[in-house]
Design a protein around this ligand. Sequence first.
Ligand SMILES: NC(=O)c1ccc[n+]([C@@H]2O[C@H](COP(=O)([O-])OP(=O)(O)OC[C@H]3O[C@@H](n4cnc5c(N)ncnc54)[C@H](OP(=O)(O)O)[C@@H]3O)[C@@H](O)[C@H]2O)c1
Length: 309
Amino acid sequence: MISTKRIAVVTGASSGIGLATVRELARRGFHVLAGVRKQQDADRLASENVEPVIVDITDEEQVAALAEHVAHDPQGRPLGALVNNAGVALNAPVEAIPLAEWRRHFDVNFFGHVALTQALLPALIEGGDGRLVNVSSIGGRVAFPTYGAYAAAKFALEGFSDALRREVGRLGVKVIVIEPGNVATPMWGKGIATMDELAASMTADQHARYDDLVAAMHKQAEAQKGGGIQPLDAAKVIAKAIEARKPRTRYLVGRDARVGAVVSGLLSDRAFDRFVARSLGLTVRLEKPVDPSTTGRPNARATVWSGEV
Ligand SMILES: NC(=O)c1ccc[n+]([C@@H]2O[C@H](COP(=O)([O-])OP(=O)(O)OC[C@H]3O[C@@H](n4cnc5c(N)ncnc54)[C@H](OP(=O)(O)O)[C@@H]3O)[C@@H](O)[C@H]2O)c1
């Protein structure tokens, strides 16, 4: 019998926003293929309307197997939605993140989503009125210090989404970007662990340059870990966008995300730099006269981050 249900694929479904989205879409009647990396997560998730699938989005064979699975659905259900949600946190000063880590980060937070999109786009187009949801972040609009890698990958995802929307809108697929602020998920704890690991391998010079900044960001992340909206709040926005006849192209999720977007849009780059520095208890201090012959600028001074003055 051909089912009238539509399939939704959600990546990163083991916890947080992905898990909540799986449950919300299943509740709304989708047959949800819930992408997880570990068998124990798959066993835990299987339930009515939820079919766990093992997919690490950086593994080309697993991505191809998922596309095959969707194309040969035993009940002939069309693919109605793809939610590119999987993600990892990486917080450290730009120069303290080894290049291999930058690449690994982009493999998950950007190229993995490109791979899933390429693999499932044909089915999404064929299914008719498909929805492709990319879970970005307020970090896809605003780049905070130590969030260089995370923001760079999210900015890339935003640009990718804009181009894709203009390519496939006429083929019946609507591309939607979700931009949450702080959501209470395990990501914050994982991010702090990575931050500590990278900080531990900084050189002595890097410690001298960034210890105050890293400490301020650590404190902020610890404070944010306990707060934020619930994953279900983000999941409801995703589900609403998937079911809306005319979804918006972008959804800021949470008050902090909306405020962050407005403030960063109103202020000049330099004014926003000062706002960020002050909110972290850091300020830009002019220090150490610089030999003008090395800068070509008379009266030049080195600018360094310092503790609050
Ligand atoms: N939490 C926030 O405040 C916040 C704010 C803005 C945006 N976001 C975005 O929301 C999305 C979900 O994050 P979350 O907060 O819900 O974090 P989370 O609970 O840590 O969930 C991340 C999910 O991604 C999965 N994942 C990691 N690497 C993967 C890979 N290579 N292949 C497939 N899955 C992988 C994890 O699986 P494992 O369990 O197997 O590691 C987990 O299921 C991310 O894109 C994140 O950037 C979160």
